[in-house]
Design a protein around this ligand. Structure first.
Ligand code: ADP
Length: 647
């Protein structure tokens, strides 16, 4: 029975061992395994048979051996000692498992005579422990981070102060808002602008200052951008401290902390009222300009000084007969379409454009693609700050020119037709006077008296015919000038002689008048002129002076030699001219309407216009210095010719 019990107990014991989740291994003092239970396979992958061929120390992680060896030594030295050790054991498949070994020294026990090792797989537990440790570490780190955060927060407080300091000094209005969209801060310039306290502005208070019509749009942009965390830029009217609504441009951007946390928005605002009105003005003038360009009333082009064309409107395309592509091509130069004699006019106009920003209307003649001529009135204004490009307007004046040409032709024809009988009348009068003068026999006193009366009448008639002839001559001159049929025969002449002769002629005609003549020391003042024409100009000045100045006042004529020109001046002590009159007297058919300005012989108002044209044909200038009641000094200049021997 006792044996039965004993055997039963032995089996029971074995069964317990075999089915235990723990493995049991018996070791010799040198670590060799003498027995291993079945569970060893579940823990370390070796069958009990395989396990007993190895040394227990061979499966221990090198890192754990020193501590295990130390425990083992202690265990060997102390029979009955039980110790527990954790170590990493190498699984048969090479992986490491955490194993807890409870080691008991039963070497002294005669039934056992081994180190009994109870092995328990604690890998999972260890992993959990690792995780816990990691968690703990994380927690620690978190706590650490929180501490850092607090420190940072302290720094943020400082930087917040710094931010506010900077923001208050900034030349723009600045605001910030929190993640709830409500505004949390407005800088000093904002508050100064709105004239409100920060408390009034905080949250949504600022929106009270937005112009009612802009408010909804403003809030919509703000809210939608905010929700999308997108930057926005909007303009709206904001009430200023003085009640005036000003246009502001508000730029907002989402704000993130360095670790990427969204903290709200920060925005800056500037007053763009002036800019907007400038923009509007610009837009308006751009519109005006566009409507002018597109109206096709005048030809319009954008060109530069070199004549490159950058833009043309349809009207100009039609006027010139070239296609838009041809006009805009890189090789096209607008001045190449000009009649050569007008190219200089263009060069001059560009100089004015660069210095003044605009050039006055001038007549120019272009050549169309089909070779026909296109008379135009051209005015230009620069369109950029560098004044390198100009908007040029071309007005087709062909019709006007044609009408003028016909008028001039008519005038020319009429004056020519008038001149022929006048010459005949003059000849006949002179013949009659000559016959009276040459009468041979003396007549009866009655007849003599009658003849004398007839002579007086004939002389008066001759005077009137002379006036008529001069007027017709002026008309002819004007029409020749207009039709460019005015011919000059230029010769090297001595201006002194021309002046002396003209003055002498006028003195002869008006013997009672006093004409002073002041000449330069040089006896010879050479000029390249048509002597007859220059004499005509001086005659015109002199006859005007004689006509309009009181008979008892002297007239002075001066000839002055300047650096590059010579100047002839005729001074009278007549009624003088206002500034406005001075500007108009050079126009054709202009006569001053005021009393004292009409001559006894009723001129046509053509003399000065002809004088101006003659002088300009000689590349000289004309002018007048005058003031009402203080007389007038009419002058003209001519370019000096070199001092070569006169022909
Ligand atoms: P007109 O044949 O009428 O004299 P002009 O062209 O010579 O024509 O002169 C134009 C006008 O200028 C004159 O009608 C006159 O009113 C004014 N004028 C010209 N010369 C003088 C002057 N020396 N003093 C005052 N007015 C003058």
């Amino acid at each position: 029975m006792s044996l039965e019990i004993s055997m039963h107990s032995d089996r029971c014991f074995r069964a317990l061992i075999e089915h235990s989740t723990d493995a049991i291994a018996l070791l010799n003092p040198d670590g060799t395994v003498t027995y291993a239970s079945l569970s060893i396979e579940r823990i370390l992958g070796y069958t009990p048979q395989e396990f007993i061929t190895i040394n227990g120390f061979d499966v221990i992680h090198p890192g754990d051996i020193p501590s295990f060896a130390h425990t083992f030594q202690q265990l060997l030295a102390t029979p009955g000692l039980v110790d527990t050790k954790q170590f990493r054991g190498r699984h048969k498949d090479g992986t490491w498992r955490w194993v807890e070994a409870t080691v008991t020294n039963l070497l002294h026990d005669p039934d056992v005579q081994a180190i009994v090792t109870n092995l328990h797989d604690i890998t999972e537990w260890k992993q959990a422990e690792e995780e816990l440790k990691a968690l703990a570490e994380q927690k620690e780190r978190y706590v650490g981070a929180t501490i850092v955060k607090i420190t940072e927060w302290k720094q943020t407080e400082e930087s917040e102060q710094l931010f506010r300091l900077l923001a208050d000094g900034a030349p723009v209005m600045i605001w910030t808002s929190g993640i709830d969209k409500l505004c949390t801060y407005f800088n000093a310039p904002w508050l100064a602008f709105t004239g409100r306290t920060i408390e009034q502005e905080l949250g949504n208070g600022w929106a009270e200052g937005v112009y009612p019509a802009d408010k909804q749009r403003c809030l919509d942009i703000y809210t939608s951008s905010f929700d999308a965390r997108k930057p926005f830029s909007m303009d709206y009217r904001l009430r200023r401290f003085d009640g005036q609504y000003r246009w502001v441009l508000d730029n907002g951007i989402p704000f993130y902390t360095p670790d990427g946390t969204f903290t709200g928005y920060i925005g800056s605002c500037i007053d763009i009222t002036e800019r907007r009105s400038l923009e509007q003005q610009l837009q308006y003038s751009e519109q005006k300009l566009r409507s002018l360009v597109e109206s096709n009333i005048v030809g319009v082009a954008v060109t530069d000084a070199e004549g490159r064309v950058y833009e043309v409107n349809n009207h100009l395309v039609q006027m010139l007969g070239y296609s838009q592509e041809e006009l805009l091509s890189e090789t096209m130069r607008i001045q190449h379409l000009l009649v050569p004699e007008y190219r200089e006019v263009r060069a001059r106009a560009w100089k004015t454009l660069v210095s003044q920003g605009a050039s006055l209307p001038e007549e120019k003649v272009y050549v169309r693609k089909d070779g026909s001529l296109l008379p135009t009135l051209v005015a230009a204004a620069t369109i950029n700050q560098e004044r390198s490009r100009a908007l040029v307007m071309f007005l087709d004046i062909s019709d006007r020119k044609e009408a003028e040409r016909r008028k001039q032709e008519f005038l020319g024809m009429v004056s020519h037709e008038l001149r022929t009988p006048l010459t005949a009348i003059m000849g006949l009068i002179e013949l009659a006077l000559m016959q009276i003068d040459l009468r041979l026999r003396s007549l009866a006193p009655d007849a003599e008296e009658l003849i004398n009366q007839v002579e007086q009448v004939l002389k008066r008639a001759s005077g009137q015919v002379e006036i008529e002839t001069r007027l017709v001559e002026e008309l002819l001159n004007v029409s020749r000038l207009e039709l460019h049929k005015f011919e000059l025969s230029l010769r090297r002449e001595n201006l002194v002689t021309i002046v002396q002769e003209t003055v002498a002629n006028q003195q002869q005609a008006a013997r009672t008048r006093h004409i002073e003549l002041a000449l330069p020391p040089d006896e010879v003042v050479p000029v390249m002129v048509d002597a007859g024409r220059i004499g005509q100009v001086l005659t015109n000045y002199l006859t005007n002076a004689l006509k309009y100045a009181p008979v008892d006042r002297a007239i002075s004529v001066r000839l002055e030699v300047e650096a590059s020109v010579v100047r002839v001046l005729v001074r009278d002590q007549g009624p003088g001219l206002t500034l406005e009159q001075q500007q108009h007297i050079w126009e054709r058919f202009y006569q001053v309407a005021a009393p004292g300005h009409q001559g006894p012989d009723g001129g046509l108002g053509l003399g000065l216009a002809i004088a101006k044209a003659i002088i300009e044909h000689h590349h000289g200038q004309v002018g007048v210095e005058s003031a009402p009641g203080r007389g007038s000094t009419f002058w003209f200049t001519l370019p000096r010719a070199s001092k070569e021997t006169l022909e």
